[in-house]
Design a protein around this ligand. Sequence first.
Ligand SMILES: [Zn+2]
Length: 293
Amino acid sequence: MRLGNVEYFIVSDGEWRMDGGAIFGVVPKVLWETIVPADELNRVPMALNCLLILSQGKRILVDTGFGRKVPDKRADQLALQREDGDLLDGLERLGYGPEEIDIVINTHLHSDHCGGNTLDRAGTPEPAFPRAEYWIQRVEWAEACYPNERTQKTYLPENFRPLESAGQLRLLYGDTRVTAEVRCIVSKGHSRGHQSVIIESDGKTAIYLGDLAGRAVHLEHLAWTTAFDSEPFETIESKRAIRDWAMERDSLLFFGHDIRVPSGRLFRSEDRLLVQASQKHHGSAAQMQTSRA
Ligand SMILES: [Zn+2]
């Protein structure tokens, strides 16, 4: 897929399931279950959409899913499925080996976004992308290295500590340019050091939102934040600003956890902003669907 002079690919690390209450926070189930039906264990399906960006000679990977270190018991709990392979398989199919990735950007360090940062090759986790520099906000790094009782289950040191010892860590002190076409912006709320990634080329724009809005419906409803958000009111303000920014530019939007709407664009319907899914990336029919379907 192409945006101006930038090529990009959504690459999946698989699908999993998560408690619907955790994903929709204070929103009553009667409201969200018509949009995202839950299974008998109250779990909703989750995508693990990572993004490969090719810009000005750089191969940039945004987020790395759960990766290959997930123990079997944990994979069962997560109902982790990888019928089409994982992130590394997906990159391989596109023709990119791990050594060809130049930069890995983590939106944040929760385990579903950075587990694939490292691989357990010989009993010790080491960087999965041996040549890459890993770009992480300093605030996120600090929160992850010194978690509290609530965050310690998702900030798993084996997913990020080895980057530092391998000399492949680059801490970011706020908004940072990656190439002339790609930049990181702080979009806090889900976590204090959360960042999103913007592509701008030839008058076109796109943004990978991370867990600022993991699903299209989270961007449509500013008040819908996950129960994991450390600062939900900040999430709302980050979403408000970025949604206005995206609407003005007709920006393409990437949703990391949305199976039905991996990418889309905003449109106005009466007094509301809704997301129209992009054409399916695969398959014959140019089938359009919206998150309301
Ligand atoms: Zn997530």
